[in-house]
Design a protein around this ligand. Structure first.
Ligand code: URA
Length: 237
């Protein structure tokens, strides 16, 4: 590919900014100065900009502990987005795999791997998503049965059966719930359907991928090779 595209893909600057760096003589390929932006370079070649190695990365995979208050979008005119939090990103084509509401915390996968995203999000694949939540209202075994039977949340068909676990029951209850769908406001709508209200929501896992609890809200890390391998084998182990 062209040298200016290589550098642009790796987030070194806009196309015109990287062209300027190349023309100014700040870029070497395999140790040799190259001043032509159209110079053809391979992904495996060593490119340095101002002495710093830029290695080409095709795919990036990050686990983010999404904080409340930021939006699951690539860009937003007003609000901080989940992509704004990924300071070390190289690729410009990263996106969040699915959406969490602005006030929801927890596991969000950020990547530019469209195939993997499709595998995790396609309604046909029924990938488990587990959340923990605080609920206004006393959650009982009756709710467990209703969730397990598939709730009417105002769509043509009832929600798929969900597994509800009660951690603490009181005026405010604490629960864990696992669903296999990702409909808009899914968890909030399920609790609304039984006259309860979600006060706090955090995603703990998606398929095989579990939130690394060492990440505080707003922190992220690259997926490990093992996490990625298991996800790519189907995300369901
Ligand atoms: N369900 C919701 O209601 N909100 C989320 O952010 C995720 C699942």
């Amino acid at each position: 590919m062209r040298l200016d595209k290589y550098l642009c893909d790796m987030g070194i600057g806009t196309r015109s900014q990287v062209k300027e760096k190349i023309r100014k003589g700040l870029v070497t390929v395999e140790g040799a100065l190259v001043q032509r932006p159209e110079y053809q370079v391979g992904k495996e070649q060593q490119v340095h900009v101002e002495g710093v190695l830029v290695s080409y990365t095709e795919m990036e995979y990050y686990m983010l502990n999404k904080p409340a208050g930021c939006v699951s979008a690539r860009t937003d005119g007003k609000c901080q987005t989940v992509l704004d939090l990924i300071a070390s990103k190289k690729r410009k084509d990263l996106f969040p795999v699915g959406r969490l509401d602005k006030d929801t915390e927890g596991l969000l996968l950020i990547t530019n791997d469209g195939m993997l995203a499709h595998m995790l999000l396609s309604p046909r694949h029924h990938v488990d998503k587990t959340y923990e939540a605080k609920i206004r209202g006393r959650i009982t075994e009756e709710h467990v049965k209703l969730f397990g039977a598939g709730l009417d949340i105002g769509e043509e068909r009832p929600a798929l059966p969900a597994s509800l676990k009660i951690l603490a029951s009181g005026e405010v209850s604490e629960i864990q719930v696992t669903v296999q769908e990702g409909k808009y406001h899914q968890i909030k709508r399920m609790f609304q359907a039984v006259d309860c209200e979600v006060l706090y929501l955090k995603r703990l896992s998606m398929g095989s991928l579990k939130l690394d609890e060492r990440l505080t809200p707003g922190e992220y890390r690259p997926l490990t090779a093992d996490e990625l391998a298991v996800l790519q084998r189907g995300g369901l182990e």
